[in-house]
Design a protein around this ligand. Structure first.
Ligand code: BT5
Length: 262
């Protein structure tokens, strides 16, 4: 991948303008980005790898990152964060990544709360948002993984049944550099709105891409397991789940154990 060419083509003012670090292989791009941020890297610094040896998901899970076939990218962001608004960065990254997939491949990607990108119900990508630093000057390391040209045999057996890639879904290979360009441009568009305090359009775009609205779902949040119907997300980005008693629960973080169409 030619990062000089990528930089020349990139229509952004922040993302990718300071530094794009391209590594053939690393443990996790989020770890590299965190170290760069600790050493004072500018907002918008990007780390891209061709493969990850210990790609991470949430809660200590693994992100399978075979060589040369996926997009593994992390961005250093330094937003003014109100308490509870970290979840909105995950939502905006989902909207940006789904938008970039659609822009480059014309394939419609959907979002499963809070951080999964799905095509035809199979997982194609994920977002990992990590907060570092103190409350006065927080740093967010935003990680995005997308299966781009991954073949079915590149996935381990358990993922072969539930994962897909853009090439598998669309029947042809996709240029990773084009996808990276579009991800960065889309990310910047939504991030600038976020910084300007304009969250409404992003939340609406997220709702339009969300596969779970109106679905019945079982969700684990901390120690609690909640069941009910997904109503919406609210203005803070929390998921609204109506339980059997009619009570509406606000869920800021968690994971979907099961969901089904109404
Ligand atoms: C995620 O976690 O989906 C977040 C993935 C973020 C990956 C990026 S790559 C760049 C940056 N650097 C990193 O180290 N990470 C980020 P989670 O919701 O916890 O989902 C993890 C689960 O997804 C695993 O337990 C598997 O079931 C499944 N999975 C793992 N690898 C996959 C893949 N390549 N495609 C589809 N599903 C996968």
């Amino acid at each position: 991948m030619d990062t000089t060419l990528l930089k020349q083509r990139l229509k952004t003012t922040i993302l990718g303008q300071a530094e794009i670090q391209h590594l053939p292989s690393t443990e996790s791009t989020n770890d590299v980005a965190r170290k760069l941020a600790q050493d004072g890297a500018k907002e918008g610094t990007i780390v891209i790898a061709d493969s990850q040896l210990s790609g991470r998901g949430r809660l200590g899970r693994n992100w399978h990152s075979p060589a040369g076939s996926g997009l593994y990218l992390s961005a250093v962001l330094r937003p003014d964060l109100e308490p509870d608004s970290l979840c909105k960065i995950t939502l905006l990254a989902g909207v940006a990544a789904a938008g970039a997939i659609e822009d480059v491949t014309s394939i419609r990607a959907q979002i499963k709360w809070p951080n999964d990108l799905l095509i035809h119900g199979r997982k194609t990508g994920g977002i990992l948002t990590e907060l570092h630093g103190d409350a006065a000057s927080p740093t967010v390391v935003l990680g995005i993984g997308i299966n781009v040209n991954t073949r079915i045999e590149d996935f381990p057996p358990d993922l072969q049944l539930k994962a897909t890639s853009l090439a598998l879904a669309g029947g042809k290979n996709v240029a990773r550099s084009e996808l990276i360009r579009s991800v960065l441009e889309q990310l910047e568009y939504w991030y600038l709105l976020f910084k300007g305090g304009e969250h409404g359009p992003m939340l609406q775009a997220w709702r339009n891409k969300c596969i779970m609205i109106d679905c019945r779902a079982i969700i684990r949040s901390g120690e609690q397991v909640l069941a009910g119907r997904v109503l919406d997300i609210d203005d803070t980005g929390a998921l609204l789940l109506q339980d059997e008693t009619g009570q509406v629960r606000r869920i800021l973080s968690g994971e979907v154990l099961k969901y089904s169409q109404p």
